[in-house]
Structure formats: C-alpha cells, structure tokens
Write a protein that binds this ligand. Structure first.
Ligand code: SF4
Length: 384
C-alpha cells in the first residue's frame, strides 16, 4: 500500500527577496531595492512577525537554517541577525545546527561577516559564478572577480571555516579554457564546498528573450557536456567529493539544508514567496513584499497557494530527489517513507536504465552511474 510518512521538520528556510540589481538569467522572487529603505525594513519586521506567529510543536530541534534569496547580505548586519534572533526566540535551534547564508560579493564585507559569525551563522555560500570580469558583465552581475576573492577572504577573517562558492558553466562567451581558469581560481582559494550549475534559460528572463531573438550565443550541447565532465574531474582531483549532481564538498561539509531537499524532508519557510513543506503540504507565501507585509500587519494568512502531493507524487519525488545524490537511495528508505518496494513499483524504469548503463542496483541501494549523471534530468523525470 502506498503511504507517505513525513518525519517532523528540522530545517528552516528564510527568503530575503531583495537584490541591488537584477541578473540577466535570474527568475528568482527578488526585487531591486535600496539598502535599508523603508520597504526593506518593513519586510524584515514582517518576516520576524511571520516567524513569531508560526507556533511550532515543542521539542523538535532545528538542525539547519538557511538564508537564501535574493541576496541575504543585501540586509544590514543588524537586520539579518535580528531575523536569526527571532528564529531563536521561536524555535529550539540545536547547538550544533548549521546556520547558513547566501552572500553576494558586492554586498559583503568583513564587518558584516564578523557580526553574522558572532550571531551564530557558521556557513556562507558566496555567489561567484565566474572568476572572470567579462563573463560577469555578460551576466549583469554586479561584482568583479577581485571582489569575489575579497569576499572569501573576508569570510575567513570573520572566522567562517565552512564556505561554499557557487560557479556556473555554459555561459555566453565561456569556453572550456575559461571555465577551467575559474575552477583553478576557485580551488586555489580552498573552499570547503563548491556548487557548479549549468546556466538554464528561464522563461521571462532577459537571457531568454535574447536567446529567442538570436542575440545570445551559448556553448553548444557537446561543449556544455564536456564542461560538466571537466567540473567533475577537477573537483574529484582536488579532493572535493561529488555528493549530488551539481555539488561537491570536503568530507563533512555537505550542505545540510540542501540534503533536506534531496531527502524529500519537511521544512519551515518564511519570507515573501517562500515555500514550506509541512504536514505533507507545500505552501507558498505571498510573493510580493508589499502584499506580504500588508497581510502580516493585518494578521491575515500569507499563504496563497497550497499543494498536497498525493502518495504516488510524493514517492516519485523521493525517488527523483534521492537519485540526485551520488550515494543514491536505499529500498529500505523508500519502504519506510512510502510503504512500497521500489524494485517492483518502478520495475520498468529500473530495468530500462540498468540496461542502458544509466543506473545500478547495488544491494538495496539504487544510484545513477557516471553516464546516468550526465543525463540526470531526463532519467530522473521518468520517475515522476
Ligand atoms: S543576485 Fe542572485 S537572486 Fe539576485 S538577481 Fe542575481 S542571481 Fe538573482
């Protein structure tokens, strides 16, 4: 029988929906604002109020807190640490919780990082994208390669010993050699974690419009595949283990928050547009900061969309997300969460992918092969 067992949520996501400028490829829920403006202040207060009224069940410690966006470091040190204090006042945060924030080089300095570190943040994820000023300009990024390096150094000075760098490949104007140069630079800085994502053309972005109009020259498919393989080889050679399709880390530095997503576990979420997963329901909050703030001040619900995946959708998601991990997913775990044997339920897909050399069944563990990784998106979609 198909069931869905959801272990209690032990993770929190905070969405900060502001950026100093808008990047050409980005479709995240973010708005260009002036730092410390009345609108930003109101939103920080509204996020705190949203947290304070969440009424979590007692006794379940939070093991991971993640500030994403947008640009969390767009906030002042006082604003970002105030939100963390609100969380501590409402939730039992475990003493060894991973408290992580995304940071953009253009809005990061040693003083802000030092204040965040003393408030309890213990991981930073710096959005570098490329150590190449021309490529950054093409992306409409608002920082230079030198500022990205300075941000990493500022994080170290502030006492962060768990830092991730985000890099992208498949960028307009990027050759394999340019990608390798960015990787060289990133590795020389010795981060504990690197994420390497391929550029995707999201509907409604400037890049998508340029592409439709024939004005965006991207590396071809073969080059992009070669870039991905280069990423994997270079990370492995540098001792950063691939633990997920796009993520690499030193032992013990895997991102705890992202593991919550890939293990299809539950999490709280606060802030405009944030999506929580609680009691088997996915709930999206009001996207626009103005509407979110208004609803909070009227004491109205900020949830505007609720999705209840049925048991078979949940099972497909557990499979699809679990197989993104290099260690894959065990039959026991699926049995415990969904009450079925995946070897029977997914027999046609498993047989086909094993035959094609894209997936292996190792004892009770299912995982993608190297070849399967290269085609991950199309393979994984067949479990949904
Ligand atoms: S900084 Fe990040 S969230 Fe902000 S516009 Fe650029 S890609 Fe999007």
């Amino acid at each position: 029988m198909l069931i869905s067992y959801w272990p209690p949520a032990q993770a929190i996501y905070i969405h900060i929906p502001f950026c100093a400028k808008h990047c050409a490829y980005c479709d995240f829920n973010t708005y260009v604002e002036t730092p410390n403006s009345p609108a930003v202040n109101k939103t920080v207060n509204a996020i705190c109020a949203d947290i304070a009224r969440s009424n979590p069940p007692p006794g379940v410690p939070i093991r991971s807190v993640f500030f994403g966006g947008g640009t969390p470091t767009f906030l002042t040190a006082e604003q970002i640490t105030c939100i963390l204090e609100c969380l501590r006042a409402t939730f039992p945060i475990a003493p060894d919780a991973e408290i992580s924030s995304e940071a953009n080089p253009g809005s990061s300095d040693a003083e802000k990082f030092a204040a965040m570190r003393s408030a309890g943040f213990n991981r930073l994820s710096i959005g570098v994208q490329a150590f190449d000023d021309e490529l950054l300009l093409n992306l409409d990024r608002f920082h230079s390669a030198g500022e990205a390096e300075a941000a990493l150094n500022a994080a170290r000075t502030a006492g962060f010993d768990n830092v991730s760098l985000d890099l992208m490949f498949g960028l307009p104007g990027q050759s394999l050699a340019l990608l390798e140069a960015s990787i060289d630079k990133a590795l020389a800085l010795q981060p504990e974690h690197i994420s390497l994502y391929a550029l995707t053309l999201e509907p409604g972005t400037r890049f998508e419009r340029m592409h439709t109009g024939g004005k965006l020259k991207l590396p071809d498919e073969d080059t992009e595949l070669a870039m991905y393989e280069t990423c994997i080889e270079r990370m492995q050679a540098a001792g950063l283990q691939q633990y997920e399709v796009s993520n690499f880390a030193r032992e013990g530095n895997q991102c705890r928050h992202n593991l919550v997503y890939w293990n299809n576990e539950q999490y709280y979420a606060f802030g405009p547009g944030a999506v929580s997963c609680l009691d088997g329901l996915r709930c999206r909050r009001e996207r626009s900061p103005g509407a979110y703030n208004q609803k909070i001040s009227n004491a109205d619900s900020v949830i505007v969309e609720t999705d209840e995946p049925d048991s078979s959708e949940s099972l497909g998601e557990t499979m699809m997300l679990g197989l993104r991990l290099r260690e894959g997913i065990t039959c026991e775990r699926i049995m415990q969460r969904h009450g079925i044997d995946p070897l029977q339920y997914f027999a046609p897909q498993l047989e086909k992918f094993q035959r094609e050399g894209l997936l292996v069944i190792d004892g009770s563990r299912l995982r993608l092969t190297h070849q399967g990784l290269l085609l991950a998106n199309s393979v994984l979609s067949e479990f949904l």
